[in-house]
Design a protein around this ligand. Structure first.
Ligand SMILES: C[S@@+](CC[C@H](N)C(=O)[O-])C[C@H]1O[C@@H](n2cnc3c(N)ncnc32)[C@H](O)[C@@H]1O
Length: 192
C-alpha cells in the first residue's frame, strides 16, 4: 500500500529543498560502502548522488511508475551503471533483497508511513551486521513549505524510538539538515 501523504510535488520544487551531497555525508553514507537501498526513490534526488558515492549497487524502490521513470531518466543521463530500480510496493511485499546484503538503507521523507516499525524492520533485515540506516524527515514545524500533516508527522525522538523497536542502535539522534529537515543515524549492531 502506498504510504499516506507520499505524493510528490513538481520536481524542481522538491529538489530545491535539499542539498543531497551534504545530507548523505552527514547521514553517514561513505565511499567505502558497497550496496545501498533507497526506500521510495521518488525523483532520484538522493538515489543518484548516493549511487555516485558507493562502490556497489544502489537499489531504488518506488510504487509509482512515474517516479521510477523519472529516476531512470537521470540514471541514463548520467550513464550510471550501478543503479537498479524496482517498481514495487515495499510496504506490502518488502524489498525482496536477501537478508544481510546491503551496507546502507535510506529512509528519507517516508517514516510517516502507517507502519514505520515494519518498514524499519525490513531495512534492518537486509542490512549487514554493522550496516547503517539513514533517516531523514521534515522538521516538526507547521511552517515548512511541504511535509506531511502535523498529526502524522513524526518528531525525531519518535523516529529514533521506532528504529530502536526495529532492533537498531541509534548513533546520532538529531542531526540538523537545514533548512527544513532533521536526520538520524541508526546502526544494526553486530550480533554477539
Ligand atoms: C515523499 S516521497 C520521498 C522521495 C525520496 N525519498 C526523497 O526524499 O526525495 C515518498 C516516495 O515513496 C514512494 N512510496 C510511497 N509508498 C510506497 C510503497 N508502499 N512502496 C514503494 N514506494 C512507495 C512514493 O511514490 C514517493 O515517490
Amino acid at each position: 500500500m502506498k504510504v499516506r501523504e507520499s505524493d510528490m510535488p513538481e520536481e524542481g520544487l522538491w529538489k530545491s529543498f535539499f542539498s543531497p551531497d551534504v545530507i548523505l555525508k552527514k547521514l553517514g553514507l561513505t565511499g567505502k560502502m558497497h550496496d545501498a537501498v533507497d526506500f521510495g526513490c521518488g525523483y532520484g534526488t538522493f538515489t543518484i548522488p548516493a549511487a555516485k558515492r558507493i562502490q556497489g549497487t544502489l537499489h531504488g524502490f518506488d510504487v509509482e511508475p512515474d517516479m521510477i521513470e523519472a529516476s531512470q531518466r537521470f540514471v541514463e543521463l548520467q550513464d550510471l551503471g550501478n543503479v537498479r530500480l524496482y517498481l514495487r510496493d515495499f510496504m506490502a511485499d518488502g524489498t525482496g533483497l536477501p537478508d544481510a546484503s546491503v551496507d546502507y538503507a535510506m529512509l528519507f521523507n517516508i517514516l510517516h508511513a502507517e507502519d514505520p516499525v515494519g518498514l524499519l524492520s525490513e531495512a534492518f533485515r537486509i542490512l549487514h551486521d554493522g550496516g547503517t540506516a539513514g533517516i531523514m524527515h521534515w522538521n516538526y514545524d507547521p511552517e515548512t513549505p511541504r511535509g506531511p500533516p502535523m498529526n502524522i508527522r513524526p518528531r525525531p525522538e519518535q523516529c529514533a524510538h521506532w528504529a530502536e523497536s526495529a532492533g537498531f542502535i541509534i548513533s546520532r539522534r538529531h542531526i540538523k539538515l537545514p533548512p527544513y529537515h532533521y536526520g538520524i543515524v541508526a546502526r544494526k549492531g553486530k550480533r554477539q
